[in-house]
Design a protein around this ligand. Structure first.
Ligand code: DGJ
Length: 331
């Protein structure tokens, strides 16, 4: 039987892997290694439950969540056709106290490769159902598709850690960026030389501005950081900031999205910005269009990101492919 996979990026539509199953890699990130792209993300192919809950201020709300299945890994050479490599970090069924127990929450996994140790290092947001655990989890593997060995979780420098991303710089230093202080302030923390621990070198950014869903990239020796506001699974307006160093100071510069629905990030929330391998000026903005009452059917919104006078620009396209970059890209 021939399986129809996408031959173009179709933001917001179901995206099937090479075996015909919808891709399960939410809140994800991409690693390029040895000619292959690896897409890591949350596997949410399990039932969504809606549980009434009460915030500290007494406000009632519904918490939408799935049981933890684990972190998926998919591989591709062209970013369109993806092979399911299985769970790179599966949930743990038999130990209720384990961070990876099916009753827990793991979000926004990102992986970087360490050139000297030759290890693949995954960091992720490790949570409990009530979102009070607020820790950063770390796992390591000899192979990009896993299995990853979970090393544990921490609060870097005693700070809460929720939505996060990783950034590996050209000098080999790696940084963990995470929403901290009850999501009010975003920390950027230098990781240890082996990428396995936070160091005491960190900065507090966007103080009291409640930013989450960080996605960072570098262009012409400047650093760019796209974030969302904090509105649960619902979309809001993205914002980007610019800095001369990953540790900041970060200067807020506006909404990178333009056109219709730009004020809601085209109904999605940032998760990663991928620079195309071998290209200086071609980036893909990766975002999640969450479907809160059926999280496993949340969709991916991938759009080209290009730079105009030092400003990232993201516009909506119904469909596109990598030829889109050939027009304006000089790389
Ligand atoms: C927004 C975050 O960005 C998501 O990763 C997830 O934690 C939801 N909040 C949960 O409501």
């Amino acid at each position: 039987m021939e399986i129809k996979t996408n031959s173009k990026f179709l933001p917001g539509l179901v995206w099937k892997d090479n075996s015909g199953e919808p891709i399960q890699a939410h809140g994800g990130g991409i690693l390029f290694h040895d000619g292959m792209y690896y897409w890591y993300g949350e596997n949410k192919a399990v039932e969504t439950t809606a549980t009434p809950a009460v915030r500290k201020n007494g406000e009632r709300f519904i918490r939408y969540q799935t049981e933890l299945a684990g972190i998926s890994c998919y591989s591709s050479r062209d970013l369109l056709h993806w092979t399911n490599e299985g769970l790179a970090l599966p949930a743990v069924a038999d130990d209720p106290d384990h961070d990876l127990h099916t009753s827990k929450v793991l979000e926004r996994p990102k992986v970087v490769y360490h050139d000297a140790t030759r290890k693949f290092v995954m960091w992720m947001h490790a949570e409990t159902r009530d979102y009070q655990y607020a820790r950063a989890g770390v796992a390591v593997s000899d192979s990009p598709s896993g299995p990853f060995e979970y090393l544990g979780s921490c609060r870097p420098n005693d700070a809460m850690s929720r939505d996060m991303t990783l950034f590996k710089d050209d000098d080999g230093k790696a940084y963990l960026l995470f929403s901290s202080e009850n999501n009010s302030t975003l920390h950027v923390c230098l990781l240890s030389d082996d990428y396995l621990r936070p160091t005491a070198i960190y900065t507090r950014n966007f103080v009291n501005q409640y930013r989450e869903a960080p996605a960072m990239f570098k262009h012409e020796s400047k650093y760019y950081l796209i974030t969302s506001g904090c509105t649960g699974w619902d979309p809001n307006q993205a914002q980007y900031a610019v800095a001369a160093s990953p540790l900041g100071p970060w200067e807020t510069a506006g909404n990178p999205c333009s056109g219709e629905n730009a004020e809601l990030t085209f109904n999605s929330q940032s998760t990663h910005v991928l620079r195309l391998e071998g290209r200086e000026h071609a980036f893909i903005f990766l975002a999640d269009r969450w479907k809160k009452d059926d999280l496993g059917d949340s969709r991916y919104v991938w759009l080209p990101l290009h730079m105009e006078d030092g400003k990232p620009v993201i516009q909506w396209l119904e469909e596109w492919d990598l030829n889109w970059f050939s027009g304006g890209d000089s790389a």
